[in-house]
Design a protein around this ligand. Structure first.
Ligand code: SF4
Length: 327
């Protein structure tokens, strides 16, 4: 695998509400290599989507990126002008949103929506663009694309629309694609097809992928590395196989326990007890302490920093201080 493509350092994004300040991202660090597929996992409100929007500088007031760096190919995106960011979005970094129907413009044909991306970000002429659109639609599995070019989004099923959105995301050959819950709005029978399609086309195009999902089962087998987020922080990161088969952080263990397993007979699936804390009133200690079966006095006093926990692994838990248990 290649060099670092994206390096996020100490990124903090906050929302200033009447009731107080929400620390939606509370100092995350993350590195993504060229052509790497990374899963970003956690419950709603953990900060996954805010991380994606922060990378693309799409945080609007009352939100703000308070501090940190987002280095893309070594240059800090937080220091770019808005005009430079408009060129980077779609061209170098593209995004696949959760609901394809709302991601597409209902008033424009499929052809026009892909063509717009090509006109904005490439120097191709009209004939070359048409050939490119047809080849992209074939690549994402839309048969007879010549017959579908003039169709509008409402004439496609959800799965076919998400294929179109993937074609748009690939159009300008971006180096990084961020997919935010790309299969959540789809029928379960279509989800696996879309995930496999994304994996294939991303690899074909030599792009890196950040796959955002609330479902650890989705990242299994598809991503090489996974980062687990809770309350605006990354609490565990490592090779996907290791994190899934021997999770370190109690929150990761709780997420994995709540996934149904084929062939395993059980009664009710275990849930992580309690609720995600109010982000306006996060505790001084570990944000997971109120739900954690392993919480100790120390967990209530001090938030655990992210520390190495074995080869290629890190976790933010007092139980794993440099790989050693510490109470
Ligand atoms: Fe649980 Fe303490 Fe680890 Fe937090 S630091 S996850 S409360 S054991």
């Amino acid at each position: 695998m290649g060099n670092a493509l994206l390096e996020i350092e100490g990124l903090k994004t906050q929302f200033h509400l009447f009731a107080g300040t929400v620390k939606a991202l509370d100092g995350i660090d993350l590195t993504l290599k060229e052509r790497e597929i990374l899963g970003l996992v956690g419950e709603s409100g953990g900060g996954k989507s805010v991380a994606a929007y922060s990378i693309l500088r799409l945080i609007d007031p009352p939100g703000e990126i308070a501090s940190g760096r987002v280095l893309f190919e070594g240059a800090d995106l937080l220091e770019k002008s808005e005009a430079e960011m408009r060129r980077i979005r779609g061209k170098d970094i593209s995004m696949i949103f959760q609901d394809p129907l709302t991601a597409l413009n209902p008033l424009h044909t499929i052809h026009d929506q892909i063509d717009e991306m090509l006109r904005l970000h490439t120097s191709l002429g009209a004939r070359e663009r048409l050939e490119k659109i047809l080849s992209l639609l074939r690549e994402v599995g839309i048969s007879n694309p010549e017959d579908r070019l003039r169709a509008y989004p409402h004439q496609f099923s959800g799965g076919m629309l998400q294929r179109v959105v993937i074609a748009i995301a690939l159009a300008a050959r971006p180096k990084l694609i961020i997919a935010d819950e790309p299969t959540t709005a789809l029928d379960v029978t279509v989800q696996a097809q879309i995930l496999r399609l994304m994996e294939g086309v991303v690899k074909n195009h030599g792009a890196a992928l950040i796959l955002i999902t609330h479902d650890l089962a989705v990242v299994s087998g598809l991503t090489e590395r996974v980062a687990v987020m809770y309350c605006g922080r990354i609490v565990e990161e490592g090779p996907t196989d290791l994190v899934i088969h021997s999770p370190l952080h109690p929150y990761t263990k709780g997420l994995l326990n709540s996934i149904p397993r084929m062939g395993k007979k059980s009664g009710r699936l275990p849930q992580i007890s309690g609720m995600v804390p109010n982000l306006l009133e996060l505790p001084d200690g570990c944000a997971f302490a109120a739900r954690c079966p392993d919480a100790s006095e120390k967990c209530l006093r001090a938030a655990p920093p992210m520390r190495p926990a074995g080869p290629g692994r890190k976790t933010a838990c007092h139980l794993h201080a440099g790989g050693e248990a510490e109470r």
